[in-house]
Design a protein around this ligand. Structure first.
Ligand SMILES: [Zn+2]
Ligand SMILES: [Zn+2]
Length: 410
């Protein structure tokens, strides 16, 4: 293919995205009306499979991983790089409170994280790539992932089940309602924090409030643990490496009489960290300090520490290249870096697992509603997205694919 033909084929791909925009919006609306929670996305998986088949794609694997994951491959005319794109397709146990005409028909379940949009965009790109497969050198792997919202998530198990077989690079996109439509956000390294949970069960001995010497006060132990564990972040963690430890729930006494010393207490906290080293320090100190404090007070503790998704670490040069490609296309109203500690970055995201295996980038695409009185964040029952963002998301994917697969052919 000559240079000018390459340019023509690139323009053709982008034109296709605009041509099928209405179909992509229809797919998104269908998914939005029939949302399903993590690990139960039966109709959704069927729908994705049927759409892929209707585009003429033949290499499709179902039930990948610990749930309903789907992996489809579109091979180009000539060999080349293998690029994976991932969309998640589960919804949340939230009762939708929007006024849109294609509102959820599944009571108490809602696509409040935009995974309906992620899936529709990726289906659109799959259709375009399959139509243009004779123009590409390389392979595109479409990963439709179940269960992003619920631990242990689908990503890790899909990787174990060969979703990343021969893959050189991976990209993912997440919609962001706080950005204007079509605005692209990126992080050069950390894209989201590791998010772990600590539950500390304290066992003391109940007694009369007037005879503390005969009891072991679980409330005192709980309060000493809460206060002392705050020094983990301030004294044991490198100040250059952000960490947060928040105790969000305390339960003790069960509302009984004020003259009774509570025998048991439970405190629950959340831990957010970026580096694996800091993550392990916080975990070790939480367990150690809770035990020592309980012992000092003649009580005992049981610490349940639940590891959540690891931190999402983008590959710096891949992000830089992607940003350069996106910026030079002049198709997007804005491109900006998101700091690692800001909003979206502190949300857990199991795309992190893919990036532990292959280099890649997880980017954000704006789906803000122009002139909206209030912006409802992801996971809010009134979350709404601007569907004009779907074609922009497809353009991001197509530009990145062109860069790797539509380049210097023949
Ligand atoms: Zn979510
Ligand atoms: Zn999400």
């Amino acid at each position: 293919m000559t240079r000018s033909n390459v340019v023509k084929s690139k323009i053709k791909w982008l034109q296709h995205a605009s041509e099928i925009e209405a179909d992509v919006i229809d797919m998104r609306r269908h998914l939005h009306q029939y949302p399903e929670v993590s690990f139960k996305e039966y109709q959704t998986a069927d729908y994705i499979y049927q759409q892929l088949q209707s585009f003429g794609i033949t290499d499709i694997r179902r039930n990948v991983g610990n749930g309903l994951g789907i992996v489809a491959r579109v091979e180009g005319h000539k060999p080349g790089a293998v690029i994976a794109l991932r969309a998640d397709f589960d919804a949340l146990p939230i009762k939708e409170e929007t006024d849109i005409p294609f509102k959820s028909l599944h009571e108490g379940v809602m696509h409040a994280c935009g995974h309906d949009a992620h899936t529709a965009m990726l289906l659109g790109v799959a259709r375009i790539m399959n139509q243009n497969r004779f123009d590409i050198s390389g392979t595109v792997v479409f990963i439709f992932q179940h269960a992003e919202e619920t631990k242990p998530g689908g990503a890790k198990s899909m990787i174990q089940d060969d979703a990343l077989l021969d893959v050189d690079l991976i990209y993912g996109l997440h919609v962001v309602p706080e950005y204007p439509v079509g605005h692209v956000g990126y992080s050069l390294s950390y894209g989201s924090a590791a998010s772990d949970t600590v539950k500390i069960h304290i066992q003391g001995r109940g007694g009369h409030a007037s005879k503390p010497q005969e009891a072991i006060d679980s409330v005192i132990i709980a309060s000493e643990i809460i206060t002392n564990l705050q020094s983990i972040v301030s004294r044991f963690v490198n100040p250059q490496d952000p960490a947060v430890l928040t105790f969000s729930s305390v339960e003790a006494g069960g509302g009984v009489a004020p003259n009774v010393i509570a025998d048991k207490a439970t405190i629950v906290g959340t831990v957010r960290t970026f580096s694996e080293e800091t993550r392990q320090i916080v975990k070790r100190k939480c367990i150690q300090m809770a035990q020592v404090i309980a012992e000092m007070n003649d009580g005992t503790v049981e610490v349940d520490y639940y590891d959540g998704y690891p931190a999402l670490i983008n590959t710096k040069n891949i992000v830089e290249d992607a940003v350069q490609t996106i910026q030079s296309s002049q198709l997007f109203p804005g491109v900006s870096e998101i700091g690692p500690m800001t909003g979206a970055a502190m949300i857990g995201e199991d795309f992190a697992y893919y990036l532990k295996h292959v280099p890649g980038a997880f980017l954000n695409i704006g789906v803000g509603q122009e002139g909206a009185d209030e912006v409802y964040p992801l996971h809010h029952p009134k979350f709404k997205l601007n569907e004009d963002g779907l074609v922009k998301g497809m353009e991001v994917y197509l530009l990145l694919l062109m860069k790797h697969l539509g380049g210097e052919v023949g």
